[in-house]
Design a protein around this ligand. Structure first.
Ligand code: SF4
Length: 271
């Protein structure tokens, strides 16, 4: 039932759209490019333009309260990526709206939701003011050592599962402390202008996961590696990968979070 090519989710839900670039991991933001196309196609959710210095056509931060009821209609358990086209913790998303999103999540416990942000700096301030649903996984993107503070901020969140998305990984994370982190996704960059990934950076992350008991999920090795090794353009087909990198685990607590079995152990999609 996958409705998205994201390897670790089956469904995307965008109660907000639009965003602004905040760090080098945003340089080739897929959502920004996609929003421009969707605006040109006349898609109603993507008609508000963002600041051209940090955002772009159709990518202005916009709330969509009309989408809040969408998950209520999903009967079968799903693994839902919240805001593939935005950042729920963007400074212009009011805390009251975040809470409404969380209330929908809490009201649909058959699904597992994943929120990923680069705005972890908001967590220490807002975490005590929100009611965190038990079926919500919360993650931060960390593309290089310069952004390791996001992990400290993530540790202030009382989420059922805390995870890191080290994608696109742009440098080594050799001071990364995984205390309190359940899951780590690692990956290179795809698309035009993709920056290279060192497999040693990924191996170091896998070793850290072993040390701290964190589940590693290697998503893709990036377009540069893919081109160099005759793999697909995204470097996501693991049949080309070195054997030791073919790891796609989910956190142990997944079963506890989704007693109805929303979190199965999918085979690698090969994308
Ligand atoms: S935070 Fe995410 S959605 Fe926002 S610009 Fe950066 S990569 Fe794109």
């Amino acid at each position: 039932m996958a409705e998205t090519s994201i390897e670790w989710a089956t469904t995307v839900w965008n109660p907000t759209t639009g965003c602004d670039r905040v760090s080098p991991g945003c340089d080739h933001c897929y959502a920004l490019t996609m929003a421009r196309r969707l605006k040109a196609m006349g898609s109603a959710k993507y008609q508000h333009d963002g600041d051209p210095r940090t955002s772009g056509p159709g990518f202005g931060l916009t709330l969509h309260p009309d989408t809040l009821t969408t998950p209520l209609g999903w009967r079968q358990p799903r693994r839902v990526f919240v805001n593939s086209m935005s950042d729920l913790f963007h400074a212009r998303v009011p805390l009251a709206f975040v809470q409404r999103v969380f209330e929908v999540i809490a009201a649909t416990p058959q699904h597992t939701y994943m929120v990923l942000t680069k705005r972890a700096g908001r967590f220490p301030r807002v975490a005590p003011r929100l009611t965190w649903p038990g079926n919500l996984w919360v993650g931060v993107s960390v593309e290089s050592a310069e952004y390791l503070a996001r992990v400290d901020d993530l540790r202030t969140v009382p989420a059922a599962v805390r995870f890191i998305s080290a994608e696109p990984l742009l440098g080594p994370l050799d001071r990364l402390d995984l205390t309190g982190i359940d899951w780590l996704i690692a990956g290179g960059e795809s698309g035009p202008g993709a920056r290279p990934l060192s497999l040693d950076w990924v191996r170091d992350l896998i070793a850290r996961c072993d040390r701290w008991g964190t589940a590693p999920f290697v998503k893709q090795l990036g377009a540069v590696w893919g081109r160099q090794h005759g793999a697909d353009s995204k470097g996501g087909d693991w049949t080309y990968w070195p054997q030791d990198l073919r790891i796609r685990e989910y956190p142990l607590s997944a079963e506890a979070v989704s007693p109805q079995g929303a979190v199965d152990q999918p085979q690698p999609s090969g994308r």
